[in-house]
Design a protein. Structure first.
Length: 337
C-alpha cells in the first residue's frame, strides 16, 4: 500500500526496464517483420501497399488505445465491434451523402459513445458485473441500434468525410495523423497527469486505492467512456477511408484490438499501460496480415495468425522464460555424465 501511495503521488516512478521490454520487443519484431516481408514478399512493403496498410493500422491503433484503457483497469471490452460499427452507420446514414449534415452526425455518434461508456461503467464499476458479460450485452444493444438505423445496408460516405479521413497530407494518409493525435492524448493523460497516475494505481491495486480514498468506481467508469470515444473515432475514420463501408465494419477489430494491447506489453490483469508499443503493435499486426495476404494465404488463416500473435504476446510477458531456461540447463547438466 505504501508503494501504491507513492505511485499515486508521483514519487514512485515507472520502471524504465518494463517500458523498454515492451517497446523493444514489439519494435524489434516489427523491424524483423519488415525485413522478412522485403525478402519473401516485396510487394507487401511497396509504397502502394504501405499507403493502403497505414490507414487500417491507424484505425486499429485508435481502437487498441481504447481497449488498453479498459485493460489497465483489469477489464476487457467486447463491445468494440458494435461501437465502431454504430459510429460508421451514424456518420454515413444520417448525412445520407449530405456533407452539411456530417457535423450533427458526428455529435450524435459521440453522444451514443458516451452513453455506451456510461452503461458499461455502471454495470462493471457500479454493479460489479463481469466485464465480459456486461460488454457483450452492450455490444448486442449497439448492434440493435445499428440495425434499427441502417437495416443492415451500407451507405456511401460523404465527400467531406472521405476527404478528411481518406485523404492525405504531404504524402501521408490523414488517418496516421488522427492516430498520432489519439496516441498523444492517451499518453499525456496516463503518464503526465495526476488523474492518469491515479488511474494506473487503481488498475494495479483497486483495494489499496480504495483504502487511500481514491474514487475507484469513477475511474473505472471513465475508462469505459474514454474507450467508447476512441472506438467512435476509429469507426468514423473507417467511414472516411472506405467509400461505402458495410454496416458491420467493426467486426474485424475485436480480436486485433486485444492483441495489440497484449503485444504492446499491457498486462491483462491491469495496472500500467503502454500507449506507444500498442500503436507499434497495430502496425506490426496489420503488416503481418498484409504479408500473409501477399503470400496468397486465405483470410481464415489470417484470423488464426492473429490468434497466434495474441498467444505469443501473452506468453512473452507472462511466462518467466529465464526461469524455464535455467531449469532446463540445470537438468541437462544433471544428466550429463
Amino acid at each position: 500500500m505504501a508503494d501504491a501511495t507513492k505511485r499515486e503521488t508521483g514519487l514512485l516512478k515507472s520502471s524504465p526496464v518494463n517500458v523498454s521490454k515492451g517497446l523493444i520487443t514489439i519494435g524489434s519484431a516489427t523491424v524483423l517483420l519488415l525485413i522478412i516481408s522485403g525478402i519473401f514478399a516485396p510487394s507487401s512493403i511497396s509504397p502502394t501497399s504501405l499507403s493502403a496498410m497505414l490507414p487500417v493500422a491507424s484505425v486499429l491503433a485508435i481502437a487498441g488505445l481504447g481497449q488498453m484503457l479498459v485493460v489497465q483497469q483489469g477489464g476487457i471490452d467486447l463491445s468494440v465491434a458494435g461501437a465502431m460499427s454504430l459510429a460508421v452507420v451514424i456518420v454515413t446514414h444520417v448525412p445520407d451523402g449530405n456533407s452539411g449534415m456530417l457535423g450533427p452526425a458526428v455529435l450524435l455518434a459521440i453522444a451514443f459513445a458516451i452513453a455506451a461508456g456510461i452503461v458499461n461503467g455502471l454495470m462493471i464499476g457500479g454493479l460489479g458485473l463481469n466485464p465480459i458479460i456486461a460488454t457483450l450485452g452492450t455490444n448486442a444493444l449497439l448492434y440493435g441500434l445499428n440495425l434499427a438505423i441502417s437495416g443492415g445496408r451500407p451507405r456511401i460516405t460523404t465527400t467531406l468525410l472521405a476527404s478528411i479521413g481518406g485523404g492525405s497530407t504531404a504524402g501521408m494518409p490523414n488517418a496516421v495523423f488522427f492516430a498520432l493525435a489519439a496516441l498523444l492524448l492517451v499518453a499525456v493523460f496516463v503518464k503526465r497527469t495526476v488523474a492518469g497516475r491515479r488511474f494506473e494505481v487503481i488498475g494495479d491495486n483497486p483495494r489499496a486505492a480504495r483504502a487511500m480514498g481514491l474514487r475507484v468506481k469513477l475511474h473505472q467508469t471513465s475508462a469505459y467512456i474514454w474507450a467508447q470515444l476512441l472506438y467512435c473515432g476509429a469507426g468514423i475514420l473507417i467511414a472516411g477511408i472506405t467509400s461505402q463501408p458495410i454496416a458491420y465494419a467493426g467486426d474485424t477489430y475485436l480480436l486485433p484490438s486485444v492483441a495489440v494491447v497484449v503485444l504492446g506489453g499491457t498486462s491483462l490483469l491491469g495496472g500500467r499501460g503502454f500507449a506507444i508499443p500498442t500503436v507499434i503493435a497495430a502496425i506490426f499486426l496489420q503488416q503481418l496480415n498484409q504479408f500473409v495476404f501477399s503470400l496468397g494465404v486465405s483470410s481464415a488463416i489470417q484470423i488464426i495468425i492473429q490468434a497466434a500473435a495474441l498467444a505469443v504476446g501473452v506468453s512473452l510477458y507472462t511466462v518467466n522464460w529465464a526461469a524455464i531456461w535455467t531449469a532446463l540447463t540445470r537438468r541437462t547438466r544433471a544428466v550429463t555424465p
